[in-house]
Write a protein that binds this ligand. Structure first.
Ligand SMILES: Cc1cc2nc3c(=O)[nH]c(=O)nc-3n(C[C@H](O)[C@H](O)[C@H](O)COP(=O)(O)OP(=O)(O)OC[C@H]3O[C@@H](n4cnc5c(N)ncnc54)[C@H](O)[C@@H]3O)c2cc1C
Length: 408
């Protein structure tokens, strides 16, 4: 759509996280585009630092004034429905908001707490409010009280290490194996560091029930727990599904290779909430940046009457902090599978800190000079994986089976 009418094109971004803010800033490239960002909170949340908020070494928030391009209008509200046929958003507090194009960037939340007792007695740690609740619960527990962290992905590892470094008694319930993403070599380093901090690692067993004062395990043991922290996976926010848009099994908005919704070419998905071609990237701040800039480019191309490009970027590392002085920077192939090479120790910690700071710098740079963001990592095998996923889905359809929901 060009602007032959002289009217500005209204683009609304839902979700002021890493992907949404980068996209909003980039969209200001065109003077004839009015950009509105709707976010549930009045501050940007650095989710990658929420375990630090729990430990007290960072508040994990940044003022939007410090991140957003001047031409982005911020509306602090929650979108309760996307009315795609009428191209408008229903807001919790304000008047409905009309759009010409929509960028869907609502991110993720904690996964479902379906295990018996988990919803009542475990505290998830995926959002600012959840992190504040965990911090408050820790504040009222004696310093030597036993704590259990359930889940040994990066979030569980980082939280366990952060608390152990503060002298807390932490047990980490790992499931089958500690840090499933990592290469065995990095896993050994992580295991050694956690043990040296005094974290009790329970590998090869899972939690099966949470009570007010304990976590019960599949192998019959019962771990006393004054505060149980739940870090077993993220789930996509469910706004798209509730609004009747097509999503994948995990609730992410199903999009084509340009990140455009398969139902509606005025809606473009990005960040944790996007499932391009049903083959989503790992939910991560790292992926949110290239997805954010690509979503903006798709919208800008459409406005200009051009053909948007296919998304072909990848991510090639994962880093975890192990307290404030130690980290592991795990390298990976461009299709996001871990390799032996990793950087441990103090240097690993510095690289991890850089990985936390860099997204904020990139967002600020895009606010100052929209259109300059570049992401160097190309996933040369993405097309192959998309084909394999399509073949797999075809086979499942023929056999009448349903695809399994993948873990976030
Ligand atoms: C403790 C922790 C540590 C992490 N560490 C790392 C790490 O080291 N490296 C890494 O790559 N990733 C890490 N992650 C994951 C990373 O933070 C997320 O993948 C990333 O934040 C996703 O970015 P996003 O922009 O898609 O969504 P988010 O950052 O989740 O932002 C989404 C925004 O949308 C808003 N929103 C949602 N629904 C609505 C609505 N209906 N109306 C209005 N606003 C709405 C939310 O309030 C939020 O502000 C970590 C996450 C956690 C919790």
């Amino acid at each position: 759509m060009g602007n032959v009418t002289g009217r500005r094109t209204e683009v609304v971004v839902i979700g002021g996280g890493y992907a949404g803010v980068l996209a909003a800033n980039r969209l200001t490239r065109r003077d004839d585009v009015a950009v509105t960002l709707v976010n549930a909170r009045d501050r940007f949340v650095e989710r990658v630092r929420l375990h630090q908020l729990v430990g007290g070494s960072d508040d994990a928030v940044v003022d939007f004034g410090d991140l957003l391009a001047k031409r982005v209008r911020l509306v602090v509200d929650t979108v309760t429905e996307i009315d795609a046929p009428r191209r408008r958003l229903v807001l919790e507090k304000g008047e409905p908001l009309a759009y010409d194009y929509l960028v869907y960037a609502v991110g993720s939340t904690s996964g479902p707490l379906e295990m018996p007792g988990a919803a009542e007695h475990a505290l998830p740690l995926a959002t600012l409010e959840e992190a504040e609740r965990v911090r408050a619960a820790l504040g009222s527990a004696p310093v030597d009280a036993p704590l259990v962290v359930v889940g040994s992905g990066p979030l569980g590892i980082e939280t366990a290490a952060e608390l152990a470094e503060l002298g807390r008694r932490v047990t980490l319930v790992c499931g089958r194996v500690l840090s499933p993403y990592s290469h065995e070599s990095a896993r050994r380093t992580i295991r050694r560091r956690l043990e040296s901090l005094g974290v009790r690692l329970l590998e090869g067993t899972t939690a099966v029930r949470v009570t007010r004062a304990s976590v019960e395990l599949a192998d019959g043991r019962s771990m006393p727990s004054a505060v149980t922290i739940w870090t077993a996976g993220f789930a996509a926010a469910d706004l798209a599904r509730r609004s009747g848009l097509s999503t994948d099994a995990d609730g992410r908005l199903l999009a084509d290779e340009t990140l455009t919704s398969i139902d509606d070419d005025r809606i473009v998905a990005t960040g944790d909430a996007a499932s391009p071609q049903g083959v989503p990237l790992r939910m991560s701040c790292q992926a949110a940046l290239p997805l954010g800039s690509h979503a903006a480019d798709t919208v800008l191309q459409r406005i200009a009457g051009g053909t948007p490009a296919g998304f072909d970027r990848g991510i090639a590392a994962m880093c975890v902090s192990l307290g404030r002085r130690f980290g592991v920077f795990q390298f990976a192939r461009f299709d996001d599978t871990a390799i032996r090479l990793h950087v441990p120790g103090r240097l690993g910690a510095l690289l991890k800190e850089e990985a936390c700071k860099s997204p904020i710098s990139q967002i600020r740079a895009e606010a100052r000079r929209p259109g300059t963001h570049r992401w160097p990592v190309k996933d040369g095998r993405r097309a192959e994986r998309v084909r394999a996923a399509a073949d797999g889905a075809g086979r499942l359809r023929e056999s009448g089976e349903r695809p399994a929901a993948s873990a976030a």
